[in-house]
Design a protein. Structure first.
Length: 591
């Protein structure tokens, strides 16, 4: 009897140990599928049902794929759960916990008060770190795939704008378009916002803006933002222009990144930079959009203006191009006038520094201090041994004296320097020199490359440009004067360099981007093929313009080509008293 009692005790202890260890058994995909039937369908699955879904998971399908099938099934939909029951099920099934009251109330209010489609709430749970951790560490299955994310991005437009589930054919069509890059995410967004189905809903302007925030920025509209966009609509700005602004924002680009997408089409051109106008040809080599993902950072300068840097992601000490804008571009967000240009520079692997200034004839001091501060604050981004300076109008006038100051006092540009003048104005920095810049021009660093552009409908006196071009100590082989002629529907006016983020035309690509690209490649990397484009002394590669546009004119003797009028003909004559170099404005005339 004592032996039997001891044996029974051993059996009992063994049973306790076994039952204690049993829950510690690693759970797997079979357990996951079985649990879904019990928790979602409120029934025990058949072996055939478990085997089917388990095989799908083994073939590489994700937990998201299976869960969508369960929640979209006729069996589940027939249960007609209300919103609170639906959200509670998401907590219990996807996160395997009871909902906290605050979370439950929030998600239910999103559905009932903000009219957010249930599928979008479903995806919020699916793409949460908590769900991913549970699937991978408890059941050892993939939480979701790239395809799941892509489909979720497509569905958000159906759910939020059409307030319905997406049909299978619609998802497959847009998936193919995005994967092949025949259409970009931005083009898809435009399609949905201006589709007949969306327009038939007759949303108010306020609801239109709120939907733009939810769909394109993944958040609710703040009051300030809502009021701002509504005021633009009231002033006559079109809804298409509003959507262009949204899809060109950093928030939208960040949203694309979260879904594994980018804003480029198969030609490699971001949607915001697609050419507008009648002529849409793009450069095939230099001037072609770069492959680098662009980041942007702004910081406070010393003159109550923010300085902004566009730079290529993951590039350390990139060659840097310093941009000085026009006279009226004098606030912290003036970079938006040139945003395609600045994005283009960074996409090629270079940093671009934008410095606004106050409207003062001392603007050269503000700009050069801004350039210096950018280099000091961001030494891991900016390589001052390889630099270029681009300036437009008033900002173009001052780059000669600014660059010389930085070369001489800080050694910038030892491995490469260039100047790219876009219809420059007066160089007020020359007033710092007793000889008004004659010694500066005579002793300019010899490794500098120069392009100077003039637009034939410009109102500035060409003698201002010719003065600098003819006196600067750079050999003709390393500089070119380019005249951009007007063509039908494409007038070559003073504002050519303006390229707000939602537009870029053929002049942007063939007059600005092409030359920045080629000049940078030659200056920084001694690419001789690029020199033939940037400084080709009138080569066909340099002067080429698409069919329908007049070819560029390239010369080293602009006074022989330009028909120079008397001083009083021009809005801004070279001999104005505010021009420090007015005494050097020789009356250039053709021989």
């Amino acid at each position: 009897r004592e032996v039997k009692m001891k044996r029974n005790i051993i059996y009992f202890l063994t049973f306790l140990i076994f039952t204690a260890i049993l829950p510690l058994k690693a759970e797997n995909s079979v357990d996951f599928v079985t649990k879904l039937y019990i928790d979602i369908m409120n029934r025990t699955p058949s072996q055939k049902e478990v085997d089917y879904w388990n095989n799908e998971l083994k073939k590489g399908k994700s937990a998201t794929y299976v869960l969508k099938a369960f929640f979209k099934s006729k069996e589940y939909r027939n249960k007609n759960y209300d919103d609170e029951d639906y959200v509670t099920a998401l907590y219990k099934v996807l996160l395997e916990r009871e909902p906290d009251k605050e979370g439950l109330d929030y998600w239910v209010s999103q559905i009932e008060d903000n009219n957010i489609h249930r599928t979008q709430i479903f995806y919020k749970f699916l793409f949460s770190p908590e769900f991913k951790d549970l699937m991978e560490n408890k059941y050892h299955i993939k939480a979701y795939t790239k395809e799941d994310k892509l489909k979720a991005f497509i569905e958000r437009f159906y759910n939020l704008l059409f307030n319905r589930d997406a049909e299978y054919g619609g998802i497959e069509y847009w998936k193919e378009q995005l994967l092949s890059q025949d259409k970009s995410a931005s083009e898809m967004a435009n399609y949905f916002f201006f589709s007949k189905e969306f327009e038939s809903k007759n949303y108010s302007d306020e609801d239109f803006i709120k939907l733009a925030y939810r769909t394109l920025l993944d958040r609710e509209a703040d009051k300030g933002g809502l009021d701002f966009w509504l005021s633009l609509l009231e002033k006559g700005v079109s809804k298409r222009e509003i959507i262009k602004q949204f899809i060109s924002s950093e928030e939208f680009i960040k949203l694309l990144d979260e879904y594994g997408l980018n804003e480029q089409n198969k030609n490699g051109v971001p949607d915001f930079a697609k050419p507008i106008g009648k002529i849409k040809e793009l450069p095939k080599l230099y001037g072609k959009w770069g492959k680098f993902k662009v980041k942007r950072v702004s910081f406070a300068g010393d003159f109550n203006k923010d300085i902004t840097i566009f730079y290529p992601e993951n590039q350390i000490k990139a060659p840097t191009i310093f941009f000085s804008p026009g006279w009226y571009d004098n606030n912290s967000i003036s970079y938006k006038k040139y945003e395609v240009l600045l994005n283009f520079i960074a996409s090629k692997g270079f940093a671009a520094v934008f410095v606004p200034y106050t409207r003062s004839y001392k603007l050269y001091k503000e700009v050069r201090e801004g350039f210096l501060k950018a280099a000091i604050n961001y030494p891991n981004i900016i390589d001052t041994s390889r630099v270029g300076f681009i300036g437009f109008s008033a900002g173009g006038g001052i780059i000669t004296s600014i660059s010389y100051y930085l070369y001489k006092n800080y050694g910038w540009g030892e491995k490469g320097r260039f100047l790219f003048y876009l219809s420059p104005w007066y160089d007020f920095g020359m007033e710092e020199y007793e000889d008004k810049g004659e010694s500066l021009l005579a002793n300019y660093p010899s490794n500098t490359k120069i392009i100077m552009q003039r637009y034939d409908k410009d109102e500035d006196d060409p003698r201002t440009l010719i003065d600098i071009y003819r006196h600067i100590n750079i050999p003709n082989s390393e500089k070119d004067f380019i005249i951009v002629p007007s063509s039908s529907n494409y007038p070559a006016i003073h504002t050519i360099p303006y390229s707000p983020l939602y537009s870029a035309d053929v002049f942007d690509y063939f007059v600005i981007f092409k030359f920045i690209d080629a000049l940078s490649q030659y200056t920084f990397f001694n690419d001789l093929k690029a020199k033939n484009v940037a400084l080709g002394d009138g080569s066909k590669e340099q002067t080429y313009m698409p069919k329908g546009l007049n070819s560029l004119i390239v010369t080293d003797y602009p006074e022989d080509v330009i028909e120079i009028e008397p001083f009083n003909y021009y809005t801004y004559p070279c001999n104005r008293d505010i021009n420090p170099r007015k005494d050097f404005c020789s009356d250039f005339t053709a021989e």
